[in-house]
Ligand binder design. Structure first.
Ligand code: SF4
Ligand code: SF4
Length: 278
């Protein structure tokens, strides 16, 4: 048995219910796995959000709920003295609230910043995956219970037929920056890559519906295709970062247009006008 949570960014709508449930569980209540979380300044379920796009009308928001990843080989465990951080047999990583007293280096050790320093109690703190509740018979942690959109799925990672294992097997796993190559018991799915977008017009302001848009990566040769929609808009999402793409826009009866763009950020490439072949 190895407890884990799959976090699906594609289903997260930034409602903060998980954040509030986590606060409700841990603020004001101590357990053998943690002293009480302060009301301010700590975010055990940290909802990381960023704006995507550089043109009004093409802006989206990415949302990545980010608790402790409960790593298989945790950096925080290596930084701790006297066994103050340990991994339970079920995979949950715990900071012992008594042994960890005064060990500020534990708080500084996490590559994704999931540990917080409680100045008043002089102890490092983080997500316990609600181990205290699971022991009482709770089926899932409070954050998972609170999510209205099934963006958080909890279960046994060792069971290939559990809902969480099936969810991970079917999704696009993305590792967080700082935890690359690490096996973790919290697994992030569908964190967006980079998108490129544009709009295609015909002469006299008519939109080009159904124009073929082909993006070819200059370095790896990978090809992505789409067509313009009813508004003449095209978009290709989840492109690899920091690559140069050659873009070709084609439509029967019109001259094709070539553009290029770099995926250093989410980017609206341009408004293109196709000229008829005379
Ligand atoms: S994510 Fe950070 S706090 Fe959690 S187990 Fe890994 S190193 Fe420790
Ligand atoms: S409760 Fe679910 S949908 Fe709401 S912010 Fe948390 S993960 Fe996202």
């Amino acid at each position: 048995m190895r407890y884990g949570i799959a976090i699906d960014s594609a289903r997260c709508m930034a409602c903060y219910n998980c954040f509030m449930a986590c606060k409700d569980e841990h603020c004001g209540y101590s357990s053998k796995y943690s002293v009480a979380e302060p009301h301010m300044g700590q975010f055990w379920m940290n909802i990381v959000e960023w704006e995507r796009g550089d043109r009004p009308g093409n802006i989206k928001v990415a949302t990545v709920p980010t608790p402790c990843s409960h790593c298989q080989d945790p950096a925080c465990m290596k930084a701790a003295k006297n066994g103050a951080v340990y991994k339970r047999p079920d995979g949950i990583v715990i900071i012992d609230p008594v042994k960890a007293k005064g060990q500020k280096e534990i708080a500084d050790s996490c590559p994704i910043g999931a540990i917080y320093w409680n100045e008043e109690e002089q102890v490092a703190q983080k997500c316990t995956m609600c181990a205290e509740l699971l022991e009482e018979g709770y089926k899932v942690p409070r954050c998972v219970e609170a999510c209205p959109n099934q963006a958080l799925i909890f279960g046994d990672l060792d069971d290939p037929n559990s809902e969480v294992s099936k969810k991970i097997a079917a999704g696009k796993v993305t590792q967080l920056k700082g935890l690359e190559g690490q096996e973790t018991n919290v697994v992030h799915l569908n964190i967006p890559g980079i998108f490129l977008a544009g709009t295609v017009y015909l002469p006299e302001d008519e939109v080009a519906i159904g124009a073929k848009v082909t993006l070819k990566c200059e370095s790896c040769g990978k090809v992505f295709e789409t067509v313009t929609n009813w508004a003449g808009d095209w978009e290709v999402d989840n492109l690899p970062k920091d690559k140069k793409f050659d873009i070709t826009i084609e439509m029967k009866g019109y001259r094709s247009v070539k553009l290029s763009a770099v995926t250093d950020k989410d980017h609206f490439v341009e408004e293109t006008i196709l000229c008829p072949i005379l």
